[in-house]
Design a protein around this ligand. Sequence first.
Ligand code: NAI
Length: 303
Amino acid sequence: IRKRLFTTTVQMNIVKKLTVIGGGLMGSGIAQVAAQTGHNVTLVDLSPQILNRAVKQIDLSLTKVAKTLYRDNSVEADQFIYASKDRLKVSTDASKAVEDSDLVIEAIVESIDAKHALFKILDEAAPPKTIFASNTSSLNISEIAAPVKRKDRFGGMHFFSPVPVMKLLEVIRTPDTSEEAHNKMMACGRAMKKVCIACKDTPGFIVNRLLLPYMSEAMKMLERGDATPQDIDLAMKLGAGYPMGPFELADYVGNDISLAVLQTWNRKYPNDPAFQVSGVLKKLVQENKLGCKTGEGFYKYSK
Ligand code: NAI
């Protein structure tokens, strides 16, 4: 039955050929999930070395997914891994990769200049049918789309880390995104087995617009000496039912990432108190206490 369902999904996918640009944490996860849900996908990055690393990461992750899906059947698990890998190609040539793409998902570094330079090239190289989506967390989708002519076929597809595990996909439309392009992005997200929600092009969309100010407010409580990180985290877990407290979450996300996002928004909306940066966050980043990834943030972690 599983096999039959899987085949049906493959046949129903609206987006047949997908290109993911950027093979880091997010791009490799997006390419993996696309391939394992029946899409032909090309993953693009700057060098073969980076792509090798991405493919190794995808292999490891596919093995884990196969174990969960086909616990008692190693033949089916192997078939799943083989078929998924067979649908995944890699390339260092973005222009060539998008030549016959239905959808391009961009997941390169969070820099507006880098994204502009890339999309200018892609707009020339891709056929008119191709829809462009950015996976940006903190930049404005309309701003990323500025140098592109196909503004009606440009939107956001914001995945969450780790992509193979997290169910949510925020699908962002700008005032220029056509109904048809938006519907195709939603359909592709669903075909990738994500739960899709529609968002407008506002800072942080939905999840980060609520999470970042929430973590900031907890940091301001700490600065005022209102309570300890341990007590604030316990309060939110036991009193509000959150799976992680704000300081645990900040350490998981990375204090450098939260700082960069808040500073981007603060520069753009200096009068909005929700985007003000707390001193304690700046200090931790200066001291390279970035959270779980460096072994220390608000808490200490054994490596
Ligand atoms: P990363 O640093 O792990 O990967 C970025 C990759 O892009 C690198 O492999 C780099 O070599 C490649 N790259 C840079 N310029 C390129 C170009 N012109 N052409 C092709 N490849 C290029 O970054 P990460 O964390 O995967 O983030 C990527 C995007 O996803 C960013 O826009 C970020 O805001 C967004 N995002 C990140 C999340 C996270 O939890 N890290 C969550 C959701 C979105």
